[in-house]
Design a protein around this ligand. Sequence first.
Ligand SMILES: [Zn+2]
Length: 269
Amino acid sequence: MLHAANNQGCADRWPGTDTPLTLRFLVTFDDGPHPNTGKVLRHLARNTVQPHIKGIFFVQTRHAKRGGSSDGRAMLEIERAEGHLLGLHTGTAKGHLSHTGMSPADLERSLLDGKEDLDQITGKPTMLVRPPYWLFNAATLDSYGRHRLHMLLSDIKAFDGVNWGIHLLRKLNFRSQLAGLRTRFLRGTLPVMNHTIPIVVTFHDTNSFTAEHLGDYLSLLVEEAARLGLPLHDKPFLDDPDELLAAALRCARSSPHPERTPALVQEAQ
Ligand SMILES: [Zn+2]
């Protein structure tokens, strides 16, 4: 099994190099709610890897075919009731717009409305945001900060805005991204929380293929991490809402903040 080096660049430290660290996947879903979301929830509850996995859904609260419909609103309630977390993706009826392309006034309105929508559902202040297309800049980060929103990006992307019909390609996609994480793990540059390293994985619950095959994706992640010798936790997926939020905030705070992150593949709409 691999051991990480001392993590010099991280706020969490631990003595020596032999302290066991384990990795846990933090699964996230963008762009919903959607008629496919129910299937995703069932996969998370029942699959061959680990039952009752909890995830973070970065949602669109006012788009007419997402959270702006009565069905969409009901699905957001179901997600909350099943112990998943809700984060903000978009809060405008115009839907999936890049925050960097919106006027300051429109972005402000979107963040205010989106937070209000989610706060009403969860009864708690919404703390997490993921910008559409992962695009952000200094101005949008400043806006998030004013609204006490923490930006959570992705360590691993399923890139399921493109339909990966070929099993081998899905496997190689995860393998290449996990190999990059393995390098960061060995250098000790991944964020740590209670001797656990959260790995943020992004899917889209709007994607029909994902909704049908999420269980296969979850198995692939575990298989490919094992192939690379990464030390997975006995329960490789985070499954406690409080731990999920703490891990997300830990990763959000330690996210690199380059001026702009390119979206390699356009997300599903
Ligand atoms: Zn999106």
